[in-house]
Design a protein around this ligand. Structure first.
Ligand code: SF4
Ligand code: SF4
Length: 403
């Protein structure tokens, strides 16, 4: 394949890249290979080789890059980017290449379908507005009963609230308990909050496929109804890539700043705990818990400390996986691979380095601040017989809340 490719600098990908002095400047690659040594999952027949991808982009070998399968093997985790002396950012290179017309046929069917559904209905799983309203109203009644307080409600489309909570689609499908746990946290804060039936979904799969027009429309579908409700702060469910897009890329995509603050639910809980409004009983979890950094929250958005600080209030100590923070290893489910239902076997290969880290802690409990990582880590625990229970940080906070 490579022997027949002809270098060409005048290509679609070259026009998409090399616009920045840092980040997507593939022309500046030194071919040093530092990136290759940082990628954790190359496995002979599969796995990305970041230096090769960057050089293919720089030389205009677009078709070779698209044909290589590396585009959809890459977890878009940016671990390789951390040591690049030229600051070449792999998620930009890979997602731009995924956006090429030639790469369209390689987009996993589940991702294509999810994007269409999300753009049509505001929810990647196809929850309609009527189903959303019915689900939330039923949950609200149950929540009032649980709290033994008719004022404890889960509202939707309520104008003038301080907070709008943007859930992960799993919280309105297979994991309703998680949404109830988040409602308990808002209830304890004593602030007004609402959901919105117009945009029920924190995810943005436009980011996975590198299509700015799709990513922008998904951001607009969140931002405009939120602004119409007049909220002060948009509170994001624990979702790594959703957090990265809405916190770090929304203004660039929209061409303006949203008229509200954006925080994740662990960040919000931590700030209310630091003000003394939320208090937690660490004896509810009388053991040490390991913490996994979601790549999109940590390395790509700088959110290292708030989840750790909140977790430390809710258990008997936080243990670090090794390596962690900037050097943290992807759970093996990043970049859209988790959302592709054909990858279950492959994800046990991409996740093996993380499973080894989990085993090395010698612990039985692991927390993370992303519901996608949560699913992948739980599957790793089962597959590799680690016996580790995996929770999200916000769910643990809700469990240990003192009301
Ligand atoms: S680390 Fe950066 S400069 Fe070195 S080969 Fe990789 S992309 Fe090129
Ligand atoms: S972004 Fe992650 S998976 Fe992709 S090449 Fe870099 S280290 Fe490997």
């Amino acid at each position: 394949m490579m022997n027949t490719a002809t270098p060409n600098k005048d290509t679609d990908l070259a026009r998409l890249l090399n616009k920045m002095t840092k980040g997507d400047n593939t022309d500046e690659c030194l071919t040093c290979g530092a990136c290759n040594s940082r990628c954790t999952w190359f496995d002979g027949p599969g796995g990305p080789m970041p230096r090769q991808m960057v050089r293919m982009a720089a030389l205009g070998l677009e078709q070779s890059l698209v044909d290589s399968n590396m585009l959809w093997d890459c977890l878009v985790c940016n671990r390789c980017t951390q040591d690049c002396p030229m600051g070449i950012t792999m998620d930009l290179v890979v997602t731009r290449a995924r956006s090429l017309a030639a790469a369209d046929g390689q987009i996993p069917g589940d991702i294509k379908k999810g994007i269409t559904t999300r753009l049509e209905l505001g929810d990647v799983n196809g929850l309609t507005t009527e189903e959303f309203v019915e689900t939330v109203e039923w949950m609200s009644e149950e929540f009032s009963d649980d709290m033994e307080n008719p004022d404890a409600q889960i509202l939707h489309d309520q104008p003038g609230c301080k907070f709008l909570y943007l859930p992960n689609p799993r919280e309105l499908g297979i994991n309703l308990m998680h949404l109830t746990a988040m409602a308990k946290l808002f209830y304890a804060m004593g602030e007004t909050w609402t959901l919105s039936s117009h945009h029920t979904d924190v995810t943005n799969w436009g980011y996975f496929v590198g299509k700015d027009d799709v990513a922008k429309e998904m951001v607009r579908m969140v931002v405009e109804p939120a602004e119409a409700l007049g909220i002060e702060t948009l509170v994001l469910s624990e979702c790594g890539h959703g957090y990265h897009v809405l916190k770090c890329r929304a203004a660039e995509l929209l061409g303006r700043e949203p008229k509200f603050n954006v925080v994740s639910i662990p960040e919000l809980c931590l700030s209310y705990a630091q003000k003394g409004v939320l208090t937690f009983d660490p004896d509810v979890h009388p053991y040490e818990i390991a913490y996994h950094d979601p790549c999109n929250v940590a390395r790509k958005s700088g959110g290292y400390d708030p989840p750790r600080q909140l977790l430390a209030m809710c258990c008997h100590g936080v243990k670090e996986l090794v390596p962690n923070r900037e050097d943290g290893v992807c759970c093996g489910g990043g970049g859209g691979i988790l959302q592709d239902s054909t990858t279950t076997k492959k994800r046990m290969i991409t996740g093996k380095p993380k499973a080894d880290q989990m085993r090395a802690t010698g612990l039985k409990h692991l927390a993370t601040a992303c519901l996608s990582c949560h699913r992948q880590l739980g599957e790793l625990s089962t597959h590799f017989e680690l016996g580790m229970k995996v929770e999200t940080v916000a769910a643990l906070a809700s469990e240990s809340l003192l009301l």
